[in-house]
Design a protein around this ligand. Structure first.
Ligand code: SF4
Length: 254
């Protein structure tokens, strides 16, 4: 899959059939989350540029639109996701405009760590055509942010949260905030209370609680118990999106 800018469509529990669009080379991000399923960040940067040219992405999308696969079953979502942070690609706005014009039958989602909205105000205009934004916030306290997300040294936690608050004020589509919980790092009472305060200020449309499902970047990363995840979801007024143990054990689970 490395080097390709489109993948799928894959089935997503939240989005249905979703064509993934990758905008960065492996693995370019401004964070190095201990739980990242793509592995450890090899290019830790806050610099925006055309890591994969928008022309290349648009050419691939145009080819996909002509394919039999698309014509027979257009995906319910086109989703920016992949091997790094999509908002690092400065061609994002151009690609969003192309998709809105040429894929009217599908919704457009952006899965992002959300950190750069506090740094690059032009991003607000670039994501205007997106229907659903899924940003992350895993910490209520700066020290926890550093421990779990291992940010680029120039990133400031307060500015990151402020960016998410402004995003909620400006963005006209839906925002589903994702909170990834790691046992021993951000599952304490103190941390969850601090997270709750930040989430209340951001006021997303939904809160999704996630935890380790596949291979994390660091093999010591563990999920809290299912019961603890449910308790946290209750405090944060969210829902757990990771599969329950019973579900994972069920032979009918895909
Ligand atoms: S922000 Fe996403 S891509 Fe970047 S390290 Fe964290 S989980 Fe991985």
């Amino acid at each position: 899959m490395r080097g390709k800018c489109l993948f799928g469509p894959v089935w997503s529990r939240r989005l249905g059939s979703s064509l993934g669009i990758n905008l960065t080379p492996y693995k370019t991000c401004d964070l190095d989350c201990v739980y990242c399923e793509c592995g450890v960040t090899t290019v830790l940067t806050v610099r925006r540029k055309e890591y994969i040219s928008p022309e290349e992405v648009i050419e691939n999308l145009a080819r996909y639109r002509e394919s039999l696969r698309f014509r027979e079953a257009p995906p319910s979502y086109l989703t920016f996701a992949g091997f790094g942070e999509p908002t690092l690609n400065s061609g994002l706005g151009k690609i969003v405009r192309f998709i809105k014009e040429h894929f009217p039958q599908s919704r457009l989602a952006l899965i992002t760590n959300g950190t750069l909205f506090g740094y690059y105000p032009e991003l607000f205009a670039e994501v205007e055509g997106v229907d659903l934004l899924i940003p992350s916030l895993d910490a209520g306290l700066e020290t926890t942010f550093e421990g779990i997300n291992r940010p680029h040294p120039s990133l400031d936690f307060g500015r990151y949260v402020q960016g998410l608050i402004r995003l909620r004020e400006h963005f006209r589509g839906e925002i589903w905030l994702e909170v990834f919980i790691v046992e021993g790092l951000n599952d304490t009472e103190q941390e969850i209370e601090a997270l709750k305060e930040k989430i209340n200020r951001i006021s997303p449309h939904r809160v999704h609680i996630n935890s380790v499902d596949r291979n994390p970047a660091e093999d010591w990363v563990r999920a809290p118990s299912w019961e603890r995840l449910q308790q946290i979801a209750q405090v944060l007024k969210g829902e757990v999106i990771v599969s329950s143990p019973a579900c994972v054990l069920s032979p009918s689970h895909p």
